[in-house]
Design a protein around this ligand. Structure first.
Ligand code: PNS
Length: 160
């Protein structure tokens, strides 16, 4: 029943916090789908295809191999993707009470919609303060984001 898990997010860009959650999910489930979803509440830095390729490169460079698939989804509800691939679990990283408040209604709705459960993983404390929005802001203002992102993302942001 819980063989396949989906790790969804904007991943704009992928951070070391995301990679930590993906790596741990890959140890807990047989197959993990990392799914890039457009979040209309956030203004995007990178196009979806670039986020997918940065995820693929970063996952490979982190040595997370074998059971992780990167995809994107723009066809409607995230739970429809889950149903399509036979996943009954969504995995989210939770850094703070703010994340709990943001994620709880989505978790309840996704369970009502399609019986998809949400599993929350606590962060590695080293990454507890890291977010894509913080990375976007620090990078845009010329700060060093190398402690927060995988090398492929650092290279891209440094070249912009
Ligand atoms: O990284 P983010 O921006 O916090 O990710 C949020 C995301 C993309 C996972 C969330 O917005 C989402 O699940 N979107 C899918 C749309 C959907 O299915 N909505 C209805 C149920 S919540």
């Amino acid at each position: 029943m819980n063989r396949i898990a989906v790790v969804p997010g904007s991943f704009d860009p992928v951070t070391l916090g995301h990679l930590d959650v993906i790596e741990r999910a890959a140890r807990l489930w047989d197959e993990v789908h990392v799914v890039v979803v457009h979040n209309p509440d956030k203004s995007a830095l990178l196009p979806i295809a670039q986020r997918v390729s940065l995820l693929e490169k970063s996952i490979e460079e982190a040595g997370i191999t074998g059971n992780v698939i990167v995809a994107s989804w723009s066809m409607g509800l995230l739970v429809d993707y889950c149903t399509d691939v036979g996943a009954h679990v969504l995995v989210k990283g939770i850094r703070s009470q703010v994340d709990v408040a943001y994620e709880t209604p989505m978790a309840i709705v996704n369970r009502h919609l399609a019986d998809v459960e949400t599993v929350f993983l606590l962060p590695n404390p080293a990454n507890a303060h890291v977010s894509s929005s913080l990375v976007r802001q620090v990078s845009a203002l010329g700060g060093d984001v190398s402690p927060y992102v995988p090398p492929a993302v650092f290279e891209l942001l440094s070249s912009r």
